[in-house]
Write a new protein. Sequence first.
Length: 177
Amino acid sequence: MLASGVWAGQFSEAFALAREDRDGISVGAALEAIGYRGERPAAAFPLHACYEVHIEQGPILEEEGVDIGLVHAAMGQRWFNVTLEGFSAHAGTTPMGSRRDALTAFAELALAVEQIGIAHNPDGRATIGMAQVIPGSRNVVPGGVACSVEFRHPQSQRWKRWISPCIAPLKRWRRAA
């Protein structure tokens, strides 16, 4: 989407080349490293027709026994980085009633996200793509969880109504502590 955004005039070439991945490597540096930077200006040019050949990244065509499909909508998407803060404690000596286990809150969040995706099928998507338990030790009650939540739907603003069902179980968890 970044390259097509430059082509369509939504982003400047400098903006696109300066974007960095999680390791701090810019798009420009990566293109230079593989010899793909090129000399042609990154700008729109007249077209008679345009086809974008793309692999299907999901199972739908294969499941339906179809060789080719036409895109009818693009998924609007929204990402959230979520940090749940509990309290780390020794797993063997901390009574269950005294715990503030962030992984328990994460489990409720994960179920809420899954239910949102199911409720808005076939077009909605709801995903937790990354999660990190902190401190990540087998004998420590998790004091934190950092995760990503992603919502997708062809009607790009629809996801706004999906936030409160995710927050509700976290509020219950917070009040219980």
